[in-house]
Design a binder for this molecule. Sequence first.
Ligand code: ADP
Ligand code: MG
Length: 394
Amino acid sequence: MPKATVRNMPVTGRSCLVRVDFNVPMKAGTITDDSRIKAALPTVEYLRHQGAKVVLMSHLGRPGGKVVEGLRLGPVAKRLAELLNCPVAYVDDCVGLKAKSLVLGMKPKDVVLLENLRFHPEEEKNDPSFAEQLASLGDFYVNDAFGTAHRSHASTVGIARLLPAYAGLLMEKELRALGTLLRNPERPFVAVLGGAKVSDKLSVLWKLLEKVDALLLGGGMANTFLLAEGFDVGKSLAEPAKVQEAKEILRKASALGKNLHLPRDVVVAPRPEVGVPVSVVSVQAIPGDLMVLDIGPETRKAFAEAISGSKTAFWNGPMGVFEVEPFRGGTMEMAALVASLGGFTVVGGGDSLSALKMSGLSNRISHLSTGGGASLEFLEGKTLPGVHCLKEQD
Ligand code: ADP
Ligand code: MG
């Protein structure tokens, strides 16, 4: 059953407390990428258009339950006001008298941004009285922060028990796109996984193997699988503790008759730095003193063949250390491959999205998933607590 959304909510003149994901990258007080603010605009604009009072709340970074000056949401309020082309009132605490009186004075279409939720340790503990204080600021609750829906926090779960709880438009879009991958993907369906967080990503592989026609593994993640196949990976990033699980995944793939593609050749160097000597070697001959930092040209060709003609693709995790120029090629080619597919394409993960942005091809992808960990847990088939507690559609 789909979740009820803001469109099912009688909001005119009412105060809507919206959990957004404004966890934007910042450098010295400046926002370096405002994609997450832009992603929340449809819900905020919809609510304003309906004459609601819009109270926004978010976390930013990991302040660990105390006030950290560099993690205030002031710069976000400023950027949001520019994007909405209307004033955004910002209050330097998310609960308490100041927040309360600001909200009480709101008129329809006004927008307020509350301070970083994680300045209070009660947020991540899902403390009931903190959730109550937040809930006292709204008549309705809206969750538009898919990226934190896999966490049971006061602003994602506690509050949903206290107010009528709806999905925002971004949340709806995420659930629809990822739901399509799980339920009825057009075939062939290919998944490409890479990146560094092997232990986070192994569990999604079990589920994806059942769903996909082909699975391609690259990036740091593939090294653990190369170990499982008996190759030496030198000084590469790898998780020897996960080799056993990787072996079992390889066995399952062949039992299911699924095509699981691993790198055949790799780009190696002593360190992921510009200027170091770089070479391409077969996975059978990775020198013991070097690191695997990208997929090689033969692998890129094999991956291109495996992907071509797919009607559905999911990509999470770069193919190499794309941040450093000599190791960017595999990831850029993957971006071009996924972007060139005519079907339904989903790319998720913070680093994958920044790699995609670098390639200039973001607008050629059907859905950019804002939630890294949350998308993976959803694809594992887990129930996300922040989604579970939202109202079902009548
Ligand atoms: P995402 O954020 O897209 O989910 P991850 O956080 O799992 O992806 O991984 C991204 C990181 O993986 C990047 O910083 C990239 O440099 C790193 N990476 C990719 N391939 C390798 C590799 N072979 N060795 C070390 N790090 C790698
Ligand atoms: Mg990442």
